[in-house]
Design a protein around this ligand. Structure first.
Ligand SMILES: [Zn+2]
Length: 318
């Protein structure tokens, strides 16, 4: 048995996962991030203890805990280096949990762990190597090879959103410009659309947004694009163009078997996949060489907890 923890800006979810990857039970509570590190950690400990008191655990003990955080942790020290969402900087998360729970604790980025869950029990389960890209308010990712997440020496690998894929004046949260996140996130496509709508008087987005740019969201843009609106299609192709550059950069380094798209933008489904595939063809180097297949994520809400449990399993068994 393993415990997976999905520590988000809104909720903490703690789940019990068996060795075969089934989620047996889970508990959650609001994160209450304004309360600070100690109070949040106390809640994780309390939920974990409740889970460990269930009948499932009496038959088969918990071997480790894996936590997904919306930030970066040092894999060696277990210190959370940065977690902007939770206002955490250099906090000793692993130490705090290990001393209270007497179990090995492993920490990684939430997008990376969602990718690991897709690899173990989701759309990548038959692949040997795969890369998950989550396209939400930011762009996160997970690189998984032979059941191990690639988080690097300092915990900052798999940060696919911070690959520079083009020229841009839009500053990224990381302090650079031109990052994939500034082109392929929902934030990016919404801000591009709001900024350039006035140059496209024939777009249905004028009517849909009732002249209020604030009302334009990702779904509105993708719906208009699906209906053939030229400007909305231009915005989607722009996103796909930079995403394809990012994907080909990953191909150039590790040539994985599969790419999986998740996050809010991936709700556009097959429509988005087709456009990204089209853009990928244009970005291919050595045109005749195949690249990994491109699919949509399968797991929804449980991916974070499952990924945490699989992280713990992969480390304990190593
Ligand atoms: Zn960046």
């Amino acid at each position: 048995m393993y415990i997976g923890v999905d520590l988000g800006g809104t909720n903490i979810v703690v789940g019990l996962v068996d060795d075969l990857g089934s989620l047996l039970t889970s508990l959650s509570c609001p994160t209450g991030r304004e309360r600070g590190f100690e109070a949040v950690v106390a809640d994780i400990i309390s939920l974990s203890k409740k889970i460990m008191a269930t009948d499932h655990v009496k038959k088969d003990p918990v071997k480790g805990i894996g936590i997904g955080i919306p930030g970066i942790a040092d894999p060696e020290t277990g210190v959370v280096i940065s977690c902007v969402n939770l206002f955490w900087e250099n906090v000793p998360l692993r130490e705090a949990l290990e001393s209270a729970l007497d179990l090995p604790v492993y920490i990684d980025n939430d997008a990376t762990l969602a990718g690991l869950a897709e690899y173990e029990v989701g759309v990548m389960k038959s692949a040997k190597s795969g890369v998950f890209l989550t396209l939400g308010t930011g762009v996160g990712g997970g690189i998984i090879i032979d059941h191990q997440v690639m988080s690097g020496k300092h915990g900052i690998a798999s940060e696919v959103g911070h690959m520079v894929v083009g020229d841009s004046d839009v500053p990224c949260n990381c302090g650079r410009k031109g990052c994939l996140e500034t082109f392929a996130s929902s934030t990016a496509i919404i801000s591009y659309t709001r900024q350039h709508l006035k140059e496209h008087l024939d777009s249905v987005l004028h009517e849909r947004s009732e002249g209020n740019l604030e009302l334009i969201d990702g779904r509105m843009i993708f719906d208009a694009a699906k209906e053939g609106d030229d400007f909305a299609l231009k915005a989607v192709h722009r996103l796909a163009h930079y995403l394809a550059i990012g994907i080909m950069n990953i191909v150039a380094v590790i040539d994985p078997e599969m790419f999986v798209l998740g996050g809010g933008i991936a709700n556009a489904g097959e429509f988005l996949l087709e456009i990204v595939r089209e853009e990928l063809e244009k970005q291919k180097y050595f045109k005749a060489v195949p690249v990994g297949s491109l699919c949509l994520a399968e797991l929804k809400n449980d991916a974070g907890v499952l990924g945490g449990a699989f992280l713990a399993k992969s480390k304990v068994e190593k």
